[in-house]
Design a protein around this ligand. Structure first.
Ligand SMILES: [Zn+2]
Length: 310
């Protein structure tokens, strides 16, 4: 109703009606204060140079916006901020990076450019690893010839914390080693919302992007813990926001993979030999992975199971 009156008012001033059309990559409401831009949804956010590969969260309060995982480049994050301005006039007052993988945070600089001095919160191990050289390595993924200066997080979190902004309380949960050793979950308890970062992503094999960063047993435990939490809106790092079925699917997939690799390890197969058999074992998940990614993940999972058996 409100929207149709706005369209009429705009038309009255001679502006094109198209001005009221939904833009590409919109933020969509999830709960009273939470919005998500589903960057990985090609239907609402078509593939293009500035297309975010990940989901971006916004907790919009009367005292400003907390932006969760702002995107992976200046260009992408400028688009994110433009779309944010479509749903609120509030400024960004805090940024949260859920983990070290570049597509989630390399756009920090664009947020700082528009909102100077905004604090950027992350797991303390993410900040330590970036300082030890990984910031430059991730920057090189944007521009291998002349790595740009990147803006990493500046506000380390070593334990559970509460962040209160205006009328909304956020709970921040730094995890033990799971998808990475620096995963940070963000919860809006009053609204049953949980941002999962890279812990759960769809439709793909868990941790296929950088399998060397994952502790697969830890990831299974962490997903089990989020299923037990009082949440009903789970926001994955990629894929569509959903209920408890979302982390349950990820847990089932990862557990099936883990169990099969363990069984073939005990039978004396090499990681290379077991991959074709896994394809049959995991047939009910076949739409979620490709063979190359499976081989890469199994190479690391095999080493972790080997270490566990000793
Ligand atoms: Zn990741």
């Amino acid at each position: 109703m409100w929207r149709s009156r706005l369209v009429l008012a705009l038309a009255g001033f001679g502006l094109p009606l198209a001005a009221a059309a939904t833009p590409q990559c919109p933020f969509e409401p999830v709960s009273a204060h939470v919005w998500v831009l589903h960057g990985s949804n090609a239907a609402t956010c078509p593939r293009a140079a500035a297309h975010p590969a990940t989901n971006i969260g916004a907790v919009v309060t009367g005292a400003g916006v907390v932006l969760i995982d702002p995107g992976g480049s200046d260009e992408i994050t400028r688009l994110v901020l433009d779309r944010l301005a479509d749903v609120t006039g509030e400024p960004v007052v805090a940024v949260i990076n859920t983990h070290i993988h570049g597509p989630y945070w390399l756009g920090n600089a664009a947020v700082r450019a528009r909102f100077p001095g905004v604090p950027i919160i992350a797991h303390s191990r993410m900040i330590a690893r970036l300082a030890a050289g990984e910031a430059r390595a991730w920057a090189a993924t944007l521009d291998p010839d002349a790595p740009p200066d990147v803006v990493g997080p500046d506000t380390p979190l070593g334990g559970e914390a509460t962040l209160t902004v205006g009328e909304v309380q956020l709970r921040l949960h730094p995890l033990e080693h799971a998808h990475t050793d620096n995963d940070l979950l963000v919860e809006v308890p009053a609204e049953g919302v949980l941002f999962l970062g890279g812990l759960v992503v769809e439709p793909e094999l868990p941790s296929q992007g950088v399998p060397e960063d994952a502790d697969f047993a830890g990831q299974i435990r962490a997903i089990g813990a989020v299923i037990e939490m009082q949440a009903n809106h789970y926001v994955p790092g990629r894929g569509t926001t959903g209920g408890k079925a979302l982390p349950r699917r990820a847990a089932a997939f990862l557990q099936a993979l883990y169990d099969s690799v363990g069984r073939y390890y005990d039978a004396g197969l090499t990681d290379f030999e077991m991959v074709p058999r896994l394809r049959d074992d995991l047939v009910r998940f076949r739409q979620w992975y490709d063979f190359t990614a499976l081989g890469r993940v199994v190479a690391f999972l095999y080493l972790q199971i080997e270490a566990e058996r000793f």
